[in-house]
Design a protein around this ligand. Structure first.
Ligand code: FES
Length: 339
């Protein structure tokens, strides 16, 4: 039996058959639902079911018990067993854009550290510029059918996008971009993707990054500064060693000019004169904020880091409605043969 799935109080709804996931049914109906891997591993389609019942096809390890208890489900895994109302907030400011395929041209490459490359790509001029919510990501479409995901590292402009690419010895796409791609070469990407963005809640906000997970956090903070959003923000950036905090000076500049922004760099291996936190980033967050009731938290980075911060933050009283994350799961890395 087909059921109706309502998007909050918006008046929008779509029909979902029992053998369809909510994501498939919504996309088929032309609704721009957020998603990434479509296979239950990234969490980009996480949504709260306000009323009605849905059953997930198979267990996933993305959602914690606290999130499940609060009614969260993965749209790419859940099937409707009754009419459903999803908790649905249209993002304020820039409206959520439907993913599309865009051409772009390599404009500039700049090393931000020994292994992180800033890449700027020029977009075509046109009546409808590429729009996205700071925090979202794009998938590069490769000639052999592979895809490679990168977060957008700056707020929307009319003609460029910025990426931070970690170059590793075995990362074929990164090495290709760094070493072989000719200047002004053309690429194609699909986007915007994902649901990671700064929500409107006016509550003290923690932004927790691991490694190049800093990219979407940077886009969100720069956008908040441009909009004169004055909510208290505390940026935590975790890395192995201080050299890996590849835009540390930029974050310090934010704090120097904006009293509502704080910064705690966190490194696992530190020199004697280190003044930041020592250890793992989720422990630093817990040390600063043993009680997270009344806060919002955004986390972006490798799956292990995001899992740790989720667990500790929920234990510290953070409400799941105010927990948002972007986990760089392996499912995002679809370049064939990439270890
Ligand atoms: Fe559903 Fe990735 S799109 S978990």
């Amino acid at each position: 039996m087909t059921h109706h799935v309502h998007l909050g109080d918006s008046g929008q709804y779509f029909a979902a058959a029992p053998d369809q996931t909510l994501l498939d049914a919504g996309l088929q109906a032309g609704i721009a639902l957020p998603y990434g891997c479509a296979s239950g591993t990234c969490g980009a389609c996480r949504c709260r079911i306000r009323s009605g019942s849905a059953v997930e096809a198979r267990p996933n390890r993305v959602l914690s018990d606290a999130e499940r208890a609060a009614g969260y489900a993965l749209l790419c895994q859940a099937h409707a067993y009754s009419d459903i109302v999803l908790e649905w907030q249209a993002p304020a400011g820039t409206p959520a854009a439907r993913p599309a395929i865009w051409p772009c041209r390599l404009q500039e490459r700049r090393w931000l550290s020994s292994d992180v490359l800033e890449v700027r790509l020029k977009l075509p001029r046109g009546d409808a510029p590429f729009r996205f919510l700071p925090g979202q990501y794009v998938d590069f479409l490769l000639d052999d059918g592979g895809r490679r995901s990168f977060s957008l590292a700056a707020p929307p402009t009319d003609d460029t996008i910025e990426l931070h690419i970690k170059i590793t010895p075995h990362g074929r796409f990164g090495r290709y971009i760094a070493e072989q791609l000719p200047d002004r070469a053309m690429l194609r990407f699909e986007g915007p993707l994902g649901a990671f963005h700064l929500h409107e809640a006016e509550r003290p906000t923690l932004l927790v990054a691991g490694g190049t997970g800093f990219a979407p956090i940077k886009a969100m903070v720069e956008d908040a500064i441009q909009r004169a959003d004055q909510r208290p923000m505390h940026v935590f950036w975790g890395a192995r060693q201080p050299e890996d905090l590849y835009l540390d000076a930029l974050v310090r500049e934010w704090t120097a000019h904006h009293a509502h922004i704080r910064y705690t760099p966190v490194c696992e291996s530190v020199p004697e004169d280190w003044t930041g936190a020592h250890g793992r980033v989720h422990d630093a967050v817990s040390a600063h904020y043993p009680d997270l009731r009344g806060h919002a938290l955004y986390a972006s980075g490798p799956p292990a880091m995001v899992a740790s911060i989720k667990a500790s933050a929920l234990q510290s009283g953070l409400h799941p409605d105010h927990l948002h994350y972007d986990s760089f799961d392996d499912a995002h890395v679809t370049w064939p043969g990439t270890p």
